[in-house]
Design a binder for this molecule. Structure first.
Ligand code: ATP
Length: 375
């Protein structure tokens, strides 16, 4: 029997509660579809950090590297300064395993509240591929103060040469951030988006940029996207400015089947995507290295305000589990999880308080696991 080894990092707050439901549903799918899941538990998160000072050890990274995938809950704790757990665990895993694709399905499921007027599940069903490693998030930037500072001099000279402007007098202090995209980094995400679009039988792929203002970075991105399009004659392409995309997400989400987006704009528009698909409890994500270890997680955080009360919505975590088994080649199991999710939501009886119901986190997990087994 085929076996998949999964590194399980439930993390903090509601992460633990929703991941338990995801595991329950994944076990049901593995039983139904004849494969084994071997979960290896890792304690990483705030509790472990506060007790031991450790975020993720080198040894654990090496061990996780031998797993087939990572299934993560959420990280965050009011007792820990913001950024420590995110940088030390989440980003560490993303960068260590070079998970350069952030895959975000934006799909409105039945009976999920959509804030857009007159839009339903038939209108909101697309996938966003966000580049996950470059752009303005490479951490290159700084602050400079005083006339003689080397960085400030450099920026002054750039201004002088480029715009003929002298910022001698009033720019005594500056902050700057540099964005960077590479040919390799741009090509691999765009290639992934074209291939995924083609394999999933979709016919349209849009690229998002701001090539009219940030011409160097996004002009390069746009040209790469358009050049590669010649290799995919069956896919209809369009290049859109990010400001237009935010309007289309709200006014005409049915326009999209798939979109490929540089890191920073991807960060922003995928949250808008989560909002139109019903909010925090419903949005899953995959951090993917197609040739390595990928990581799947709900996009929400640890939600300390509702943690420990058994009322967190496990839909996003269960859906992230669905994405994980699909990436492991268990397409039939993934289809049955998706169908079970839709069946339970369509019945509109078992739902957590954020969806207007009174069911617990584990009631929802039980109902979906049951639907997988009966499906
Ligand atoms: P963190 O610091 O870990 O990011 P946060 O509370 O700042 O946590 P989120 O957890 O992402 O941010 O979510 C914000 C709010 O959305 C939460 O306070 C909670 O009320 C709601 N929320 C998040 N996840 C869920 C969920 N799975 N089910 C129901 N409500 C949720």
């Amino acid at each position: 029997m085929k076996k998949h080894k999964i590194a399980l990092i439930p993390g903090d707050g509601v992460g633990k509660e929703v991941i338990a439901q995801g595991v329950k549903v994944l076990y049901a799918a593995s039983e139904k579809h004849g494969f084994e899941l071997d979960f290896i538990d890792y304690p990483f998160g705030s509790g472990h950090y506060l007790k031991t000072g450790e975020l993720v050890s080198e040894d654990s990274l090496a061990e996780i590297g031998k797993c087939d995938a990572i299934y993560l809950g959420a990280l965050g704790d009011p007792r820990v300064k913001p950024g420590i757990l995110e940088k030390g665990i989440l980003l560490q895993l993303r960068f260590h395993f070079d998970q350069y694709v952030n895959l975000r399905p934006v799909k409105l499921l039945p009976n999920v509240y959509c804030p857009l007027k007159n839009k339903g599940p038939a209108d909101i069903d697309f996938v966003v591929f966000r580049e996950n490693t470059e752009d303005f998030y490479i951490g290159l930037g700084g602050n400079a103060k005083g006339k003689t500072h080397q960085n400030l001099e450099l920026v002054r000279q750039m201004y002088k040469v480029k715009f003929g402007l002298d910022i001698e007098t009033d720019a005594e202090e500056i902050a700057y951030q540099i964005g960077l995209v590479s040919r390799g980094g741009t090509e691999r995400i765009i290639r992934y988006a074209y291939e995924y679009t083609k394999k999933s039988g979709k016919t349209k792929l849009a690229s998002v940029d701001k090539a009219n203002v940030l011409t160097s970075i996004y002009g390069f991105w746009r040209k790469t996207f358009e050049d590669m399009g010649a290799e995919y004659p069956g896919i209809k392409t369009e290049s859109l400015f990010v400001d237009a995309v935010t309007m289309f997400f709200v006014m005409q989400p049915e326009r999209f089947q798939s979109l490929v987006v540089p890191n920073m704009f991807g960060d922003i528009i995928t949250d808008l995507g989560a909002a139109i698909q019903g909010g925090m409890g419903t949005a899953p994500s995959g951090n993917i290295n197609p040739a390595g270890v990928s990581m799947f997680e709900p996009i929400h955080g640890s939600a300390p305000d509702i943690a420990g009360r058994g009322i967190a919505n496990p839909i996003a975590a269960i859906w992230a589990g669905e994405m994980m088994v699909r990436s492991l080649g268990e397409g039939a199991a993934a289809d049955s999880i998706m169908k079970a999710l839709e069946t339970v939501l369509a019945k509109n009886r078992i739902k957590t308080p954020d969806f207007g119901g009174a069911s617990s986190t584990s009631d929802v997990g039980d109902a979906i696991a049951d639907a997988v087994l009966k499906g």
